[in-house]
Design a protein around this ligand. Structure first.
Ligand code: DGJ
Length: 740
């Protein structure tokens, strides 16, 4: 099996055919790190990989000895993985190896989302217990390796085995010491409407990090980072990934120290964090997923895509084709009644769509965003027959019905806030900062979570609801919980996230047939933690086709197409005012979970015909587009970013679809060839072009089947625009490859 423990050399070796992760109990019983990378032979020892003759501090643990669970204060001045304060205020620890055990499969983490196994032999776990007897602390490091995946999943639990309370000030889920620092740090960074843009910079001496202190993972930075060599491309070279299965304040940090090694650590953001650990209590940190690729960023992405899709996402919708929906938000905003919604739904149905989603505005007196969050009773002025009448009428049209909610919020103008002002996060006697006219409910309070569970269960049980879009439209300010004692306020953010997870857990269990989609002002909480409850997320409020190339490209570094909700919206686009062709908007949205976010009754006849064609095309290729193996070919962060191409390949490699996009039309560009990936070299593929078959002109011998070897090595010829009829800006084409 994949984990070896060598009692003589005191080494452990997590290995499969693709990767190895090796560590060792050092002479002083601290846990050293030896190696993470491509698979090494089993049955050997590797202690010599780390020079043992470093003369630093008397405990021989000065920099740069690589460690699995570094602490500070004893000669290692790099950023620590653990800071735990004892009764005397000291944070010095001496964490010696105490025991270990091998665990078949993978244990779950109490109250936290985690990756899992479905059948025996799929993975094996190793728990190593380190302890400091003076402080009375037991540190349980958990490592899991899957048989067939290039990932190691790590987490840590801290148990107070002493007599007095401890304060956990920092508990990183993973700390990884790398023997050199010749890496570039890749992060997914941005803001509302431009989430997860790829940033790539050289590691330099000192610390470089991304983080959140907003209570959500946030659109500013994602809890996923990668290290890649300067020469690493999409399809070649080394890359290491780290992703945190968590939805709150996080830190991902790399430090390059003076000897030229690098330490990467990832976990709950220690800033402002302090967890009181009473005697006998245990604190569980979320898990981090480390991945290794020797096949470029493409290989790294595939490791995360398949793990997140197959062993992090859960529930009845995990593997099922996701419905094509019409979302009412940009069609009506707050201005609708039953008749208008019914007309939109009927029109969507006529175009072949499968679900109608009623977004914000259906409850309380919510005619704008100044009121009613928390009052989850249907607004009978707009919907006299309630949700049930609307949902039944939508169902009678042959569509499913979906609903928007924003559970974690309360409007200042709402009955809920009037009744329970202390349920809103804030410091008594200080004003609360409003954002979008709303406050955040204190999810750290179990009674708030109970109330939301009861109230939302009543809503979801009141009508045939197949889908829920769970929104969250502001970050936390004045972080403080009215019921936590002063000395526990440092636990607030973590308790908020645990409350959120428990609400998700209870609702998804109570309504197992509902497809949940997470959302936070667009893609503000698009993280691995959310994927455990909601297998798809609203990728961004920005649905402009050009903007979406960058957003979906960046998102795809870690997240699979089946997790990315992608909608076609009206033009001029509501976020950037750009006018792009309808076909281009669809050709981008196809590489995710397709929806429409417009009023179909306002489309012209020709646009309706086009949308009907798009929906039919997507249905024909849905499984491939949602669950295929995704490859990025060239994109918005390369060169001048004018050209993007990506593709998805069926698991049996008998079909593939390539998307090719040109932002601005360039004069006389000449023919282009793009080398494809992931095909079967021995298969002949017939190539057709969508939406316009005539576009194949100039793309080589039309209709001739082309070998996978040729497509991957010589490339797919992308026909150039005709000089006498230039295609214009924002052009997209799909190339559909089918085995001959
Ligand atoms: C933000 C979301 O991202 C939008 O799609 C929409 O649901 C609005 N909130 C509704 O208030």
């Amino acid at each position: 099996m994949p984990i070896e423990w060598n009692g003589d050399s005191r080494e452990f070796h997590l290995r499969n055919d693709r990767i190895s992760y090796v560590g060792r109990v050092l002479e002083n019983r601290w846990l050293g790190h030896l190696y993470f990378g491509p698979a090494l032979a089993g049955g050997r020892t590797y202690a010599h990989l780390v020079p043992g003759d470093f003369y630093g501090f008397s405990n021989r643990l000065g920099e740069p000895i690589p460690l699995e669970c570094p602490i500070s204060g004893s000669g290692d001045y790099r950023p620590p993985a653990l800071v735990v304060e004892g009764a005397d205020g000291s944070t010095i620890l001496d964490l010696g190896y105490r025991s270990h055990r091998l665990i078949p499969g993978k244990p779950s983490l109490p109250g936290l989302p985690s990756t899992y196994v479905e059948f025996g032999g799929e993975a094996e776990s190793l728990e190593i217990v380190l302890a400091d007897s003076i402080v009375g602390l037991e540190v349980r490091l958990l490592y899991t390796i899957y048989r067939d995946r290039p990932v190691v999943v790590r987490s840590v639990a801290l148990a107070n085995t002493g007599q007095g309370p401890l304060i956990v000030r920092c508990a990183m889920s993973a700390s990884l010491d790398l023997p050199d620092a010749a890496w570039q740090l890749i992060t997914l960074s941005g803001e509302w409407a431009r989430e997860r843009h790829v940033e790539r910079r050289d590691l330099r001496p000192g610390r470089q990090s991304v983080s959140s202190l907003r209570g959500i993972s946030g659109p500013q930075h994602n809890p996923f980072v990668a290290l890649a060599r300067a020469s690493t491309t999409e399809d070649a070279g080394e890359a290491v990934g780290a992703a945190l299965v968590y939805s709150g304040n996080f830190l991902a940090e790399a430090e390059v120290e003076p000897f030229g090694t690098a330490r990467l650590r990832m976990g709950i953001n220690p800033e402002g964090f302090a967890w009181l650990l009473e005697p006998g209590a245990t604190f569980h940190a979320p898990e981090a997923v480390l991945a290794w690729s020797s096949e470029g960023l493409d290989g790294l992405s595939e490791a995360y895509h398949s793990l997140f899709r197959e062993r992090l996402a859960r529930g009845s919708w995990r593997d099922r084709p996701r419905p094509i929906l019409l979302n009412s938000w940009e069609a009506t905003y707050f201005d609708f009644d039953e008749a208008r919604l019914a007309a939109i739904a009927e029109s969507a149905r006529d175009l072949g769509m499968e679900m109608f989603v009623l977004d914000d505005g259906w409850f309380g007196h919510r005619d704008d965003d100044t009121t009613s969050l928390g009052d989850w009773q249907v607004d009978r002025r707009k919907l006299p027959g309630g949700l049930e009448a609307l949902a039944r009428s939508v169902e009678s049209m042959g569509l499913r019905f979906g609903l928007w909610i924003e559970p974690e919020m309360v409007s200042r103008r709402s009955n809920l806030f009037g009744e329970h002002p202390d349920w809103a996060v804030g410091v008594p006697a200080r004003p609360r900062t409003e954002s979008r006219n709303q406050y955040v409910l204190d999810m750290a309070r179990p009674e708030v979570v109970d109330y939301l569970f009861e109230t939302l269960s009543a809503v979801l049980g009141s009508a045939p609801i197949s889908y829920v879009k769970w929104d969250m439209n502001r970050a936390v300010t004045e972080a403080h919980s009215a019921t936590l004692p002063a000395w526990r306020q440092g636990e607030f953010f973590q308790r908020y996230v645990l409350g959120l997870y428990s609400l998700y857990e209870r609702l998804t269990k109570a309504f197992p047939g509902i497809l949940f989609e997470s959302c936070a002002s667009g893609g503000g909480r698009f993280d691995p933690g959310m994927l455990a409850y909601a297998p798809q997320a609203w990728t961004s409020d920005d649905t402009d086709a050009v903007e979406r190339l960058a957003i979906q490209w960046g998102t795809s570094l870690a997240y699979p197409p089946s997790s990315m909700a992608a909608h076609v919206s009206a033009v001029p686009n509501h976020q950037v005012g750009r006018i792009t062709p309808l076909a281009t908007r669809a050709a981008v949205a196809f590489f995710g979970v397709l929806g429409y976010e417009l009023d179909p009754t306002k489309l012209s006849e020709s646009e309706r015909a086009e949308v009907a064609d798009q929906v039919a095309f997507y249905k024909r290729w849905r499984e491939l587009l949602q669950f295929g193996r995704f490859h990025r070919l060239c994109g918005p962060f390369d060169g001048d970013g004018n050209e993007t191409a990506w593709m998805t390949v069926a698991s049996d490699r008998r079909a593939a679809i390539v998307g090719h996009y040109e932002v601005l039309s360039r004069p006389n560009p000449g023919p282009r060839r793009i080398r494809l990936r992931g095909l079967d070299p021995g298969t002949l593929y017939r190539v057709s072009v969508w939406p316009d078959a005539a576009d194949m002109a100039g793309a080589g011998p039309a209709r001739q089947a082309i070998g996978g070897d040729e497509l991957m090595n010589a490339g797919l010829v992308i026909g150039s625009a005709r000089r006498d009829a230039p295609a214009g800006d924002f052009r997209a084409r799909l190339f559909v490859l089918e085995a001959d």
